[in-house]
Design a binder for this molecule. Sequence first.
Ligand code: SAM
Ligand code: SF4
Length: 519
Amino acid sequence: MFDINVERLTGGGVPGAGAPPEAEPFADAGVLAPLGLPNLKLGDYRGEGRGTFYLETFGCQMNEHDSEKVAGVLLARGYRQVDTVEAASVILYNTCSIREKAAQKVYSRLGEFRPQESEQQGSGEKEQTASLLRGQAEGGQCRSGRSKERPIPGKIIGVLGCLAQQEGEDIFTRAPWVSLVCGSASYQKLPQLIAELEAGNRRVTGLDTDTDETFETEMTRRDNPLRAYLTIIEGCDKACSYCVVPFTRGPERSRASASILEEVRKLADTGYSELTLLGQTVNSYADPSARKMRFSELLEAVAGVRGIRRVRFMTSHPRDFGKDIVDAMDAVPGICEHVHLPVQSGSSKVLRAMARTYSREEYLEKVALLRRSKREISLTTDIIVGFPGETESDFEETLNLLDEAQFDGAFSFKYSPRPNTPSLRMGDAIPEEEKSRRLAMLMEKQREIQRKRNEKLVGRVFEVMVEGKSRRDKQWSGHTSANRVMNFTSREEETLGDYVQVKVVAVTPNSLVGERVSN
Ligand code: SAM
Ligand code: SF4
């Protein structure tokens, strides 16, 4: 079913905008042909003369989209994007620190640049760099020995995003070969920081979070030619007790509605028909302009732009999820029938400790609101198991919330203690094995719910945007409005980006299997 569930059910997803970069359609079969870039070819922007950059992204869709903007900034400055660190003069990691594992992954990637002891003695710095990169190419074996306390000459290695914000200049101590550290709240400064490095500065940082700016760029290099992302609100003011986002992404800043709509029109003109509006709490959007457009009005306005056929939004916070959003979905078919509404726990006691600002009952009222819609809105969620003090009976409440809410998908996570967060100081930690047991039980139950819910869809016909072609003959894939992955057969030679009607003939817990019917 949902692409996002492919990750969820393995317990490894990165949710929210939250939600992880989407698994490729046909992820089950692993046979997706790479998509081309019909509208926005990288080559169209290639600058001449400047350096080259390699950019790797960890984490959520917001990070993926931030990377698209960072790439746009660099391309506009004349840099050329390359596929390998060896070929790059600027190497950038856009990082995630939502859980400990995500942070460790980044440090292990940075560790691949650690110079070998033998390389530090005697040989010139140029040779050292060359050797480093040879080591990379030969399998990343440059791990032993102490590093020199300086960046790698001729190369800029930069850490961007949430880990950069969280660790700050400590990154220079742990990985002295890094020369740029910049959190997402300071991305406006990126061009200036890069210019400083180009001018010969050895190390630069952008770590302010007290900004009221959003990261808007003249040019965004979009990776997906069919579905575009658009951040409408950055940062988060919610202060959930377990979460690093308020520290790493700064306070909430919304983008003016007129500027959003202008970009939507441009995207429609370049051929995009599907957009996803992004924000950690996208529905907390507060138009900073005199127009004071509500989030639900913005959804309607975006869906009303000529050429836009589907509008998605991610992630919604339950506290700010009101009837006006459901009314807008009922009134405007172009607003996709999917809501990602993280619950985190089924126990009001745990929700209070998490500072989620709603109770179990209040969350279920929001679910009832969605179920009263004229449309069949699919509902997905995020859940944390093993929060400090979560008793067996609290966990039981989460399990029976699954029965009550009937989610179409759930990202589930073991609680991970994070720096700076209030929950770090809470007692009554749950042992790792117990967290794993709860996670497995939760996932098993949710898988069964999804299987049953999907089985009810057999025989139904859905509109699907064609997004991928399988290497297998006549096999295609795409998403329904409700964001379910549909793998389907067609006698036609389909065109990527077209909308077609597909009848469901079989299901798995994570996807639908269909046959193309005539439009
Ligand atoms: N803003 C969204 C919301 O209100 O739920 C979610 C954004 S957060 C980046 C994505 C998800 O990561 C959360 O919904 C939560 O389930 C999970 N998460 C955040 N901090 C976590 C932690 N310390 N341990 C485990 N999971 C965590
Ligand atoms: Fe983190 Fe809570 Fe903000 Fe979501 S709402 S980003 S979980 S603090």
